[in-house]
Design a protein around this ligand. Structure first.
Ligand code: GLU
Length: 368
């Protein structure tokens, strides 16, 4: 893997890799990791660290048992997060590097304005040469606005900072196919066989396991970011990856969407579905057209103007997503109508199209 210098590398490290068996942060490991991150910086790669371990280390610090209520875990995360920052902060300071804490929630990425704000902050930190240390804001999130795992959070962070490589450090060597002794070296496409291999593997104490790592690979590679899964405790793992050695499992980046389209594809949560006929599917996927009301056959869910909806074919398979110009109630009334009938149906017409092609992203399924 050859990379131009000065490209940002996002490194995510999981809870089990960072902590000892009793959940206490492993300072020796963290110091070595930070040393490798500083080496990457010295060789011209800005780095962003995405760290887990707030809940696990907080619970260990408070000497709490394993099973706890959600508020207890959230409170433990508040304790653990400050331990994490202290430990990383000291390790970076020993190398004269400054760090910043960046805590995100799903909502921060879902709204375009907040996404851009976060992006600006990260860009400023990069101009100051400060290393951002990112985690989910576990203390304030409830289920609906959680990422829930730091693998997909890291993939989105990689998009936020325009990285070209995402490294997920875990306690496995990479992705294993059934009965193989070594991990797969390169995964060019996330096929059903790859997905079922992921379902069968998993790590013990981390939240994610292999399934969320594949989700992260989906998000990253479709946004022009290559991803590597490797064992965090392999000596010199980051140095080897930066030197271009094939370590663990590599998911090479695919085509690159524009920043806005990347955000549409992976930022907001889907609020509803618009079903379309075959002719409409072809005009969107093959000709890059906008979605007109005449192609719609059904509308599901409740959404407002500007929300993200999935576009599904007659069999219900999603092949695209986009930001809608009309509410679900309006869209219901426009099913099968021609654009010149919109004004008569709704009393006024703001747009010819239900989803403009600039606000529409075709997924892999739609490109086949
Ligand atoms: N944000 C969680 C923590 O720091 C970890 C989520 C994960 O394991 O992926 O404890």
């Amino acid at each position: 893997m050859s990379r131009r210098s000065s490209k940002t590398i996002v490194v995510k490290v999981g809870s089990t890799t960072l902590t000892r068996e009793d959940g206490v942060l492993d300072e020796t490991f963290i110091d070595d990791l930070v040393g490798q991150l500083c080496d990457l910086r010295d060789s011209g790669h800005p780095v962003v660290l995405v760290t887990s371990g707030a809940i696990r280390s907080g619970m260990a610090w408070l000497a709490l048992g394993e099973t706890r209520t959600v508020p207890e875990k959230q409170a433990a995360a508040a304790v653990g997060q400050s331990l994490l920052m202290q430990t990383y902060g000291d390790a970076f300071a020993r190398r004269n590097v400054k760090v910043a804490q960046v805590l995100l929630t799903r909502d921060d990425i879902s709204q375009r304005r907040r996404f851009l704000n976060a992006r600006n902050t990260l860009a400023q930190l990069s101009r100051w040469d400060v290393v951002p240390i990112v985690n989910e804001n576990d203390t304030v999130v409830v289920e609906e606005i959680r990422f829930g795992d730091n693998d997909t959070l890291a993939a989105r962070a990689a998009i936020l900072v325009g990285a070209d490589l995402l490294v997920l450090l875990s306690d496995v060597e990479g992705l294993y196919l059934p009965e193989a002794d070594d991990p797969v070296r390169i995964v060019k496409a996330i096929t059903p066989a790859v997905r079922s291999a992921a379902r069968r593997s998993g790590t013990a104490a981390g939240t994610g396991g292999m399934i969320t790592k594949l989700e992260a690979a989906d998000i990253a590679t479709q946004s022009g970011v290559s991803m590597v899964i490797a064992r965090g405790r392999r000596p010199g793992v980051l140095r080897d990856i930066a030197a271009g050695k094939l370590v663990g499992t590599l998911f090479p980046a695919e085509h690159q969407l524009t920043s806005r389209k990347r955000w549409i594809a992976f930022g907001p949560q889907i609020r509803g579905k618009v079903q379309v006929n075959e002719g409409c599917r072809t005009s969107l996927t093959k000709r890059g057209r906008s979605l007109l009301p005449v192609g719609m056959t059904a509308v599901h869910g409740r959404f407002s103007r500007g929300d993200l909806v999935a576009i599904v074919d007659e069999q219900g398979n999603e092949f695209a997503r986009g930001l809608v110009n009309y509410t679900s109630a309006e869209a219901q009334r426009l099913v099968g109508r021609r654009s010149n009938e919109i004004a008569a149906e709704l009393g006024s017409k703001d747009f010819d199209e239900v989803i403009h092609r600039d606000n529409l992203v075709i997924s892999d399924a739609g490109r086949e």
